[in-house]
Structures are given as structure tokens and as C-alpha cells.
Design a binder for this molecule. Structure first.
Ligand code: NAP
Length: 308
């Protein structure tokens, strides 16, 4: 019998039925438990909110399966010697595409002018077509690629940037330091979907924000530390950046006294861009357990050295 420790007790209600069903659908005979002697555990299902921090007693464990896409809170854990898999959940991806497309269209169409119009101003300025609005996607992974493709389908000219060279249909793909500068130069909307690693911290800073078109919009559904907060606030105040829509922050919940809350050209969304959806995520976890049991390569393995 395979023992699967569900080490994210706060999420148990969502998975109590979905995970055993997903395992059964794949023919995996496993017992999902909330507690077990560590040496009897074959797989750990993990979330950053989990109390479990010491993985060393789990000597039989074949993999730690994260319910979160971002793994920065576990990837450097020195007790973790087992393979770590991150979450790539079709439901989460769908949610991120909706958030990104929704906020890109808000700024592209200038919707705020008509939604908030207390002076009843008849401003008939017509927005440009999407084909005239360059968008840059920082990060071309599971989420960045799906969002880039959705924007391409709407005719936005999309440039994407990743660590290694990529090929995504319809997207101008760039990589490396020079690639970042080219990707940002003249961009009118920039979306950050990078993981938090030592290399990605402050990717958007005074120098890189200055490369974008004047009045450009920044959307950050990635991680707070991707942006230098002080540089962003200065760029907003100078008009270099026209608006920032931020879903993630260095400290969450965003402290009440943080200047982002009061800034007239910042929209704060409370880390809701995309949630893992239990119905589809349970199938991803179950598939990896099936693979582990069949000695097949695991999906979505984290590269410890790269940090994501
Ligand atoms: P992913 O598949 O691992 O993709 C990460 C992308 O970032 C890849 O294209 C990678 O390049 C690129 N990258 C990493 N380090 C880089 C560097 N130093 N320079 C340039 N590019 C770099 O991750 P994902 O599933 O798309 O998720 C991205 C992030 O979204 C997560 O890490 C998480 O922080 C965030 N997230 C937020 C929410 C929310 O609700 N706000 C929800 C889920 C996820 P390569 O292609 O070369 O590897």
C-alpha cells in the first residue's frame, strides 16, 4: 500500500474526495492520510502553509509534490533531499490567463475613463487596436506561455523573455541580459510571470523601468520581489509608468501603511490572480504518484540549482 501524506491540512476539505478519486481513476492503490510515521510515507503533498518543515525523517519518501506553482519557500530547505515537483495545474493556468487578459484589456482599452467618470466627460478618444499595443511577457513558462498565446490570439504583438532560448508560435522570444533590454524597450504593457529566485529579484528596477515606453503599464502576478518597490513608485510619480496592477508583494497581506494602497495609479489585487484548483490539481498529483510507482520520470520536477 502506498502512503501519501497530505501535509497541507488547511486544504484538506478540497482534496479529501478529489485526491482519492483521482488516484483511483489512474488505478493507483494509495491511502491518503493526514498523519503517518515519517518512515512509512511514500509521497508528501505539500503547501507552503504546511507546518512540515523537516523532511529528513521521511526516508522512504519518493517525492514531495507541491500544490503551489511557486516553490521559493521550499526549494532551499536543506532537509529536503527528495525530488520536488511544483504544480502545473490546468485550472490555475486558466485562471492566470483570465487575470492577465482581463487586466491587459482594462489598460489597453482605457476602461477606467468610462467606469470611473464622475464628471460625465464625453471623451470619445478611440483606443488603438491590439495590434498597435506591444506587450512584453517576462517569463515564458507554463503560465507566461499560456498568457502570451492568449494575447497573441487577440492580435497583441507579444515579446517574451526567458532564461533559456525558447520558441513560442507567434511570440518574439528573447533571453539573456541583452534580451531583457530589447524585450522592455518600447513595451507599453509588461507582465511579470517569473519565479522568485536570486537572479530574478528586482528584474524591474530603475534602469529597466526606464526602458519601457513612457506611461507603460506594469502587471505583476508573479512575485513581489521581482520589482524594486521604491523604483516603481518613483517611476509612477514621474509618469514613466502610467499604472501598476500588482497581485503579489514582498509582504502579504500588503501592510496597511504601504504606499501602494494609496497610490492613485496602483491597483492592488490580493494574490488572487490564479489559485490551484483542486479538481484539476488532484489529477496532476495523482499522475505524478502513478509515475513514481511505475518508475517513470516525474512531471514538473524543480531544478534545485536554478531555484524553480
Ligand atoms: P515556470 O513554468 O517555472 O516558468 C518560469 C519562467 O521564468 C520560465 O520561462 C523561465 O525560463 C523564466 N525564468 C526563470 N528564471 C529566469 C531568469 N533568471 N531570467 C529569465 N527568465 C527566467 O513557472 P510558471 O508556472 O509559469 O509560474 C511562474 C510564477 O508565477 C511562479 O513561480 C509563481 O511565482 C507565480 N504564480 C503566481 C500566482 C498568483 O496567483 N499570483 C499563481 C501561480 C504562480 P526558462 O523557460 O528558460 O526556464
Amino acid at each position: 500500500m502506498t502512503t501519501i501524506l497530505f501535509a497541507a491540512p488547511k486544504l484538506w476539505d478540497d482534496y479529501a474526495k478529489t485526491l482519492p478519486k483521482a488516484l483511483a481513476d489512474l488505478g493507483v492503490t494509495g491511502e491518503v492520510v493526514l498523519e503517518a510515521a515519517p518512515e512509512t510515507v511514500d509521497y508528501i503533498v505539500y503547501a507552503p502553509s504546511a507546518p512540515l518543515q523537516d523532511f529528513s525523517p521521511f526516508t522512504r519518501c519518493k517525492a514531495v509534490l507541491s500544490l503551489w506553482a511557486g516553490v521559493e519557500r521550499i526549494v532551499g530547505n536543506p532537509t529536503l533531499t527528495q525530488p520536488l515537483c511544483r504544480m502545473v495545474d490546468p485550472g490555475l493556468t486558466e485562471g492566470m490567463v483570465e487575470w492577465v487578459v482581463g487586466h491587459v484589456l482594462r489598460h489597453h482599452l482605457g476602461m477606467d475613463r468610462h467606469i470611473v467618470n464622475p464628471g460625465h466627460v464625453w471623451d470619445a478618444t478611440c483606443p488603438p487596436l491590439a495590434r498597435e499595443r506591444p506587450v512584453t511577457m517576462l517569463g515564458l513558462g507554463a503560465l507566461g506561455t499560456a498568457c502570451a498565446q492568449a494575447l497573441v490570439a487577440l492580435n497583441f504583438p507579444v515579446t517574451g523573455w526567458s532564461r533559456r532560448p525558447k520558441d513560442v508560435a507567434g511570440v518574439r522570444c528573447l533571453s539573456g541580459g541583452d534580451g531583457l533590454r530589447t524585450a522592455l524597450s518600447g513595451a507599453q504593457i509588461v507582465v511579470t510571470l517569473l519565479p522568485k529566485t536570486p537572479e530574478t529579484e528586482n528584474t524591474l528596477n530603475e534602469e529597466t523601468l526606464a526602458l519601457m515606453a513612457r506611461g507603460a503599464v506594469v502587471l505583476n502576478p508573479g512575485r513581489g520581489p521581482l520589482i524594486d518597490d521604491a523604483a516603481l513608485l518613483a517611476a509612477l510619480d514621474s509618469g514613466q509608468i502610467g499604472h501598476a496592477t500588482l497581485d503579489v508583494f514582498r509582504t502579504e497581506p500588503l501592510p496597511q501603511n504601504h504606499p501602494f494602497w494609496a497610490h492613485p495609479r496602483v491597483t492592488v489585487t490580493p494574490h488572487i490572480a490564479a489559485d490551484t484548483r483542486a479538481s484539476s490539481a488532484a489529477r496532476v498529483i495523482a499522475e505524478n504518484i502513478r509515475r513514481g510507482q511505475a518508475k517513470e520520470p516525474l512531471l514538473h520536477l524543480v531544478d534545485r540549482r536554478a531555484g524553480y
